[in-house]
Design a protein around this ligand. Structure first.
Ligand code: MRU
Length: 345
Protein backbone atom coordinates (compact mmCIF):
# COMPACT_ATOMS: atom_id res chain seq x y z
CA UNK A 1 0.00 0.00 0.00
CA UNK A 2 1.57 3.34 -1.01
CA UNK A 3 1.63 5.60 2.02
CA UNK A 4 0.33 9.11 1.80
CA UNK A 5 2.47 11.47 3.83
CA UNK A 6 0.93 14.86 3.23
CA UNK A 7 0.81 16.43 6.68
CA UNK A 8 3.22 19.22 7.55
CA UNK A 9 2.64 21.34 10.66
CA UNK A 10 5.61 23.75 10.52
CA UNK A 11 6.35 26.05 7.59
CA UNK A 12 8.09 29.34 6.85
CA UNK A 13 6.14 31.86 4.78
CA UNK A 14 6.50 35.63 4.23
CA UNK A 15 9.18 35.97 6.93
CA UNK A 16 6.87 34.31 9.47
CA UNK A 17 6.84 30.99 11.24
CA UNK A 18 3.55 29.25 10.55
CA UNK A 19 2.45 26.59 13.05
CA UNK A 20 -0.62 24.38 12.77
CA UNK A 21 -2.27 24.88 16.17
CA UNK A 22 -2.28 21.35 17.62
CA UNK A 23 -4.40 22.44 20.60
CA UNK A 24 -7.37 22.76 18.26
CA UNK A 25 -7.06 19.53 16.28
CA UNK A 26 -8.98 17.58 15.14
CA UNK A 27 -11.96 19.97 15.26
CA UNK A 28 -10.21 22.96 13.67
CA UNK A 29 -7.20 23.36 11.39
CA UNK A 30 -5.94 26.83 12.28
CA UNK A 31 -2.46 28.14 11.43
CA UNK A 32 -0.74 30.67 13.71
CA UNK A 33 1.70 33.09 12.07
CA UNK A 34 4.49 34.20 14.39
CA UNK A 35 7.23 36.81 13.96
CA UNK A 36 8.35 37.29 17.56
CA UNK A 37 10.58 34.65 19.17
CA UNK A 38 8.86 35.24 22.53
CA UNK A 39 5.53 34.22 20.99
CA UNK A 40 7.21 31.12 19.61
CA UNK A 41 8.52 30.19 23.07
CA UNK A 42 4.99 30.59 24.48
CA UNK A 43 3.61 28.47 21.61
CA UNK A 44 6.01 25.69 22.62
CA UNK A 45 5.05 25.93 26.32
CA UNK A 46 1.35 25.94 25.48
CA UNK A 47 1.68 23.01 23.05
CA UNK A 48 0.63 24.77 19.85
CA UNK A 49 3.54 22.68 18.59
CA UNK A 50 4.75 19.63 20.50
CA UNK A 51 6.79 16.48 20.03
CA UNK A 52 10.55 16.49 20.58
CA UNK A 53 11.82 16.90 16.98
CA UNK A 54 9.08 19.44 16.14
CA UNK A 55 9.95 21.69 19.08
CA UNK A 56 13.63 21.43 18.10
CA UNK A 57 12.88 22.69 14.57
CA UNK A 58 10.57 25.38 15.99
CA UNK A 59 13.31 26.54 18.39
CA UNK A 60 15.71 26.86 15.44
CA UNK A 61 13.23 29.21 13.73
CA UNK A 62 12.71 31.11 17.00
CA UNK A 63 16.45 31.79 17.14
CA UNK A 64 16.38 33.06 13.54
CA UNK A 65 13.47 35.37 14.41
CA UNK A 66 15.29 36.61 17.54
CA UNK A 67 18.41 37.49 15.60
CA UNK A 68 16.42 39.18 12.85
CA UNK A 69 14.86 41.41 15.52
CA UNK A 70 18.29 42.25 17.02
CA UNK A 71 20.25 42.66 13.80
CA UNK A 72 20.71 46.44 14.13
CA UNK A 73 21.92 46.36 17.74
CA UNK A 74 25.62 46.41 18.59
CA UNK A 75 25.12 44.10 21.58
CA UNK A 76 23.23 41.45 19.57
CA UNK A 77 25.47 38.63 20.78
CA UNK A 78 24.64 38.79 24.53
CA UNK A 79 21.01 39.57 23.64
CA UNK A 80 20.82 36.48 21.46
CA UNK A 81 22.23 34.40 24.32
CA UNK A 82 19.40 35.79 26.50
CA UNK A 83 16.81 34.86 23.87
CA UNK A 84 18.31 31.37 23.67
CA UNK A 85 17.84 30.97 27.44
CA UNK A 86 14.17 31.98 27.11
CA UNK A 87 13.56 29.56 24.25
CA UNK A 88 15.39 26.71 26.01
CA UNK A 89 13.22 27.22 29.11
CA UNK A 90 9.96 26.73 27.19
CA UNK A 91 9.84 23.01 28.10
CA UNK A 92 12.39 21.03 30.11
CA UNK A 93 12.26 17.37 29.06
CA UNK A 94 12.80 17.06 25.30
CA UNK A 95 16.51 17.53 24.67
CA UNK A 96 15.90 18.49 21.01
CA UNK A 97 14.75 21.93 22.18
CA UNK A 98 18.03 22.77 23.93
CA UNK A 99 20.04 20.95 21.27
CA UNK A 100 18.63 23.01 18.37
CA UNK A 101 18.77 26.29 20.32
CA UNK A 102 22.40 25.79 21.34
CA UNK A 103 23.34 24.74 17.83
CA UNK A 104 21.89 27.97 16.44
CA UNK A 105 23.58 30.05 19.15
CA UNK A 106 26.96 28.48 18.36
CA UNK A 107 26.48 29.18 14.62
CA UNK A 108 25.67 32.84 15.29
CA UNK A 109 28.57 33.29 17.68
CA UNK A 110 31.02 32.42 14.90
CA UNK A 111 29.93 35.52 12.97
CA UNK A 112 30.80 39.18 13.48
CA UNK A 113 28.00 40.61 11.34
CA UNK A 114 24.47 40.22 12.71
CA UNK A 115 23.04 40.54 9.21
CA UNK A 116 25.11 37.59 7.95
CA UNK A 117 24.42 35.57 11.09
CA UNK A 118 20.65 36.15 10.72
CA UNK A 119 20.70 34.77 7.17
CA UNK A 120 22.77 31.79 8.34
CA UNK A 121 20.34 30.96 11.18
CA UNK A 122 17.33 31.10 8.90
CA UNK A 123 18.98 28.79 6.38
CA UNK A 124 20.05 26.47 9.22
CA UNK A 125 16.45 26.27 10.43
CA UNK A 126 15.24 25.34 6.92
CA UNK A 127 18.00 22.72 6.70
CA UNK A 128 17.09 21.28 10.09
CA UNK A 129 13.46 20.90 9.01
CA UNK A 130 14.46 19.09 5.81
CA UNK A 131 17.06 16.97 7.60
CA UNK A 132 14.52 15.90 10.21
CA UNK A 133 12.18 14.59 7.51
CA UNK A 134 15.04 12.77 5.76
CA UNK A 135 16.21 11.28 9.08
CA UNK A 136 12.70 10.07 9.85
CA UNK A 137 12.44 8.37 6.47
CA UNK A 138 15.80 6.73 7.10
CA UNK A 139 14.65 5.66 10.58
CA UNK A 140 11.56 4.21 8.93
CA UNK A 141 13.70 2.06 6.62
CA UNK A 142 15.77 0.74 9.55
CA UNK A 143 12.80 0.20 11.83
CA UNK A 144 10.38 -1.38 9.36
CA UNK A 145 12.54 -4.51 9.25
CA UNK A 146 11.83 -5.06 12.97
CA UNK A 147 8.06 -5.15 12.53
CA UNK A 148 6.21 -8.41 11.82
CA UNK A 149 4.82 -9.15 8.33
CA UNK A 150 1.37 -8.82 9.84
CA UNK A 151 -0.16 -8.02 13.19
CA UNK A 152 -1.04 -5.35 15.69
CA UNK A 153 1.32 -2.52 16.61
CA UNK A 154 0.60 -0.51 19.74
CA UNK A 155 1.79 3.08 19.92
CA UNK A 156 1.47 5.89 22.44
CA UNK A 157 1.16 9.67 22.20
CA UNK A 158 1.72 11.24 18.77
CA UNK A 159 5.01 10.58 17.04
CA UNK A 160 4.00 11.33 13.47
CA UNK A 161 4.24 14.27 11.08
CA UNK A 162 2.75 16.56 13.72
CA UNK A 163 5.48 15.72 16.26
CA UNK A 164 8.36 16.16 13.80
CA UNK A 165 9.29 18.08 10.66
CA UNK A 166 7.28 15.41 8.85
CA UNK A 167 6.79 11.61 8.43
CA UNK A 168 7.41 10.83 12.12
CA UNK A 169 9.59 8.66 14.32
CA UNK A 170 7.62 5.69 15.70
CA UNK A 171 4.75 6.48 13.32
CA UNK A 172 7.34 6.87 10.56
CA UNK A 173 8.50 3.30 11.20
CA UNK A 174 4.88 2.16 10.99
CA UNK A 175 4.39 4.14 7.74
CA UNK A 176 7.53 2.53 6.30
CA UNK A 177 6.36 -0.94 7.36
CA UNK A 178 3.02 -0.45 5.62
CA UNK A 179 4.73 0.97 2.52
CA UNK A 180 6.87 -2.17 2.46
CA UNK A 181 3.69 -4.23 2.20
CA UNK A 182 3.32 -5.34 5.82
CA UNK A 183 -0.25 -5.96 6.95
CA UNK A 184 -0.22 -3.87 10.12
CA UNK A 185 -3.08 -2.82 12.31
CA UNK A 186 -2.20 0.16 14.48
CA UNK A 187 -3.57 0.45 18.03
CA UNK A 188 -3.31 4.06 19.17
CA UNK A 189 -3.45 4.79 22.90
CA UNK A 190 -5.62 7.84 23.51
CA UNK A 191 -2.86 9.19 25.81
CA UNK A 192 -4.49 10.94 28.75
CA UNK A 193 -4.41 13.66 29.88
CA UNK A 194 -3.62 15.73 26.78
CA UNK A 195 -5.04 13.12 24.38
CA UNK A 196 -2.27 13.29 21.78
CA UNK A 197 -3.35 9.82 20.61
CA UNK A 198 -7.08 10.52 20.35
CA UNK A 199 -6.76 14.01 18.93
CA UNK A 200 -3.57 13.92 16.86
CA UNK A 201 -2.52 10.35 16.02
CA UNK A 202 -6.09 9.41 15.11
CA UNK A 203 -6.39 12.55 12.93
CA UNK A 204 -3.10 11.82 11.24
CA UNK A 205 -3.73 8.11 10.62
CA UNK A 206 -7.21 8.79 9.32
CA UNK A 207 -5.95 11.53 6.98
CA UNK A 208 -3.22 9.27 5.63
CA UNK A 209 -5.42 6.19 5.31
CA UNK A 210 -3.51 3.96 7.74
CA UNK A 211 -5.70 1.23 9.33
CA UNK A 212 -6.05 1.74 13.09
CA UNK A 213 -8.15 1.46 16.21
CA UNK A 214 -8.12 4.06 18.95
CA UNK A 215 -8.10 2.57 22.44
CA UNK A 216 -8.22 3.82 26.02
CA UNK A 217 -4.77 3.71 27.66
CA UNK A 218 -6.11 1.27 30.23
CA UNK A 219 -7.00 -1.22 27.46
CA UNK A 220 -3.36 -1.93 26.60
CA UNK A 221 -2.94 -4.93 28.94
CA UNK A 222 -6.16 -6.50 27.72
CA UNK A 223 -5.22 -6.06 24.06
CA UNK A 224 -1.87 -7.74 24.73
CA UNK A 225 -3.49 -10.57 26.67
CA UNK A 226 -5.83 -11.16 23.73
CA UNK A 227 -2.84 -11.62 21.43
CA UNK A 228 -3.69 -8.55 19.35
CA UNK A 229 -0.36 -6.78 19.81
CA UNK A 230 2.81 -8.12 18.17
CA UNK A 231 5.04 -5.10 18.89
CA UNK A 232 5.00 -1.80 20.78
CA UNK A 233 6.75 1.20 19.26
CA UNK A 234 7.03 4.65 20.82
CA UNK A 235 9.09 7.82 20.40
CA UNK A 236 11.30 9.54 22.97
CA UNK A 237 11.92 13.01 24.31
CA UNK A 238 15.34 12.35 25.78
CA UNK A 239 17.39 9.16 25.81
CA UNK A 240 20.21 8.92 28.33
CA UNK A 241 23.59 7.54 27.26
CA UNK A 242 22.72 4.18 28.86
CA UNK A 243 19.48 3.87 26.84
CA UNK A 244 16.97 4.88 29.55
CA UNK A 245 14.27 6.70 27.56
CA UNK A 246 11.98 9.54 28.67
CA UNK A 247 8.72 9.65 26.76
CA UNK A 248 5.08 10.55 27.24
CA UNK A 249 3.61 9.54 30.58
CA UNK A 250 2.32 5.98 30.34
CA UNK A 251 5.18 4.71 28.17
CA UNK A 252 6.88 3.00 31.13
CA UNK A 253 3.68 1.07 31.95
CA UNK A 254 3.56 -0.18 28.36
CA UNK A 255 7.16 -1.39 28.56
CA UNK A 256 6.42 -3.32 31.76
CA UNK A 257 3.31 -4.83 30.15
CA UNK A 258 5.23 -5.72 26.99
CA UNK A 259 7.87 -7.56 28.98
CA UNK A 260 5.23 -9.55 30.88
CA UNK A 261 3.55 -10.54 27.62
CA UNK A 262 6.89 -11.18 25.85
CA UNK A 263 6.21 -8.56 23.19
CA UNK A 264 9.10 -6.54 21.71
CA UNK A 265 9.21 -2.93 22.87
CA UNK A 266 10.90 -0.50 20.45
CA UNK A 267 11.85 3.16 20.78
CA UNK A 268 12.34 5.23 17.59
CA UNK A 269 14.16 8.56 17.87
CA UNK A 270 16.76 10.58 15.99
CA UNK A 271 20.25 10.78 17.49
CA UNK A 272 19.50 14.42 18.39
CA UNK A 273 17.19 12.97 21.07
CA UNK A 274 20.08 11.09 22.69
CA UNK A 275 21.64 13.15 25.47
CA UNK A 276 25.11 11.67 25.63
CA UNK A 277 25.95 14.00 28.53
CA UNK A 278 23.21 12.39 30.65
CA UNK A 279 24.56 9.09 32.02
CA UNK A 280 21.20 7.62 33.12
CA UNK A 281 17.49 8.37 33.07
CA UNK A 282 17.31 9.34 36.74
CA UNK A 283 18.87 12.71 35.84
CA UNK A 284 16.19 13.64 33.29
CA UNK A 285 13.95 16.52 34.37
CA UNK A 286 10.32 15.52 34.10
CA UNK A 287 7.95 18.35 33.21
CA UNK A 288 4.94 18.79 35.50
CA UNK A 289 2.08 20.35 33.58
CA UNK A 290 -0.97 22.32 34.76
CA UNK A 291 -3.35 20.49 37.13
CA UNK A 292 -6.40 21.34 35.02
CA UNK A 293 -5.16 19.04 32.25
CA UNK A 294 -6.08 16.17 34.61
CA UNK A 295 -9.09 17.75 36.34
CA UNK A 296 -10.68 18.38 32.98
CA UNK A 297 -11.28 16.51 29.78
CA UNK A 298 -11.76 18.49 26.56
CA UNK A 299 -12.23 21.64 28.64
CA UNK A 300 -14.94 20.14 30.88
CA UNK A 301 -14.50 19.42 34.59
CA UNK A 302 -14.48 15.70 35.30
CA UNK A 303 -13.18 15.78 38.90
CA UNK A 304 -14.61 17.46 42.01
CA UNK A 305 -13.64 21.11 42.27
CA UNK A 306 -10.34 21.74 44.05
CA UNK A 307 -8.88 18.19 44.01
CA UNK A 308 -5.09 18.05 44.19
CA UNK A 309 -3.46 16.67 41.09
CA UNK A 310 -0.14 15.25 39.97
CA UNK A 311 0.47 15.73 36.26
CA UNK A 312 3.92 14.49 35.23
CA UNK A 313 4.02 14.79 31.43
CA UNK A 314 6.71 12.12 30.92
CA UNK A 315 8.17 9.01 32.51
CA UNK A 316 11.43 7.15 32.03
CA UNK A 317 11.50 3.60 30.68
CA UNK A 318 14.58 1.73 31.94
CA UNK A 319 16.88 0.54 29.15
CA UNK A 320 16.46 -3.04 30.39
CA UNK A 321 12.86 -3.02 29.12
CA UNK A 322 13.74 -1.73 25.63
CA UNK A 323 14.28 -4.36 22.92
CA UNK A 324 15.95 -1.94 20.47
CA UNK A 325 16.33 1.77 19.75
CA UNK A 326 15.82 2.76 16.11
CA UNK A 327 17.77 5.81 14.90
CA UNK A 328 18.47 7.31 11.48
CA UNK A 329 21.92 5.70 11.54
CA UNK A 330 20.74 2.22 12.39
CA UNK A 331 19.31 0.09 15.19
CA UNK A 332 20.95 0.07 18.63
CA UNK A 333 20.61 -3.05 20.80
CA UNK A 334 21.66 -3.57 24.43
CA UNK A 335 24.06 -2.65 25.82
CA UNK A 336 23.07 0.83 24.73
CA UNK A 337 26.02 2.61 26.32
CA UNK A 338 28.15 1.10 23.56
CA UNK A 339 25.67 0.64 20.74
CA UNK A 340 24.38 4.25 20.91
CA UNK A 341 27.90 5.64 21.18
CA UNK A 342 28.87 3.69 18.04
CA UNK A 343 26.01 5.29 16.08
CA UNK A 344 27.04 8.78 17.18
CA UNK A 345 28.51 11.01 14.48
O1 MRU B 1 4.07 16.47 25.46
P1 MRU B 1 4.36 16.13 24.03
O2 MRU B 1 3.14 15.96 23.20
O3 MRU B 1 5.35 17.10 23.43
O4 MRU B 1 5.07 14.73 24.10
C1 MRU B 1 5.49 14.13 22.92
C2 MRU B 1 6.04 12.75 23.12
O5 MRU B 1 6.16 12.27 24.22
C3 MRU B 1 6.51 12.03 21.91
O6 MRU B 1 6.36 10.66 22.07
C4 MRU B 1 8.01 12.34 21.69
O7 MRU B 1 8.22 13.73 21.66
C5 MRU B 1 8.52 11.74 20.47
S1 MRU B 1 7.76 12.52 19.07
C6 MRU B 1 8.47 12.11 17.67
Amino acid sequence: MPIVDNIRAIRWEDQQLCLLDQRLLPQQEIWLKLRDYREVAVAITQMVVRGAPAIGVTAAYAMALALHEMRDLTDWQPRLAGAAAEIRAARPTAVNLAWATDRQLALAQKETSAETAAAILLQAAHDLLEQDIADNQQMGRHGAALLPEQGGILTHCNTGSLATGGYGTALGVIRAGISAGKQLQVYADETRPWLQGARLTAWELQKDGIPFHLNADSAAAYLMQQGLIQAVIVGADRIAANGDAANKIGTYSLAVLAQYHRIPFYVAAPLSTVDFAMPAGAGIIIEERPENEVRQCAGHDVAPVGVQVRNPAFDVTPAALITAIVTERGVARPDYLHSLAELRV
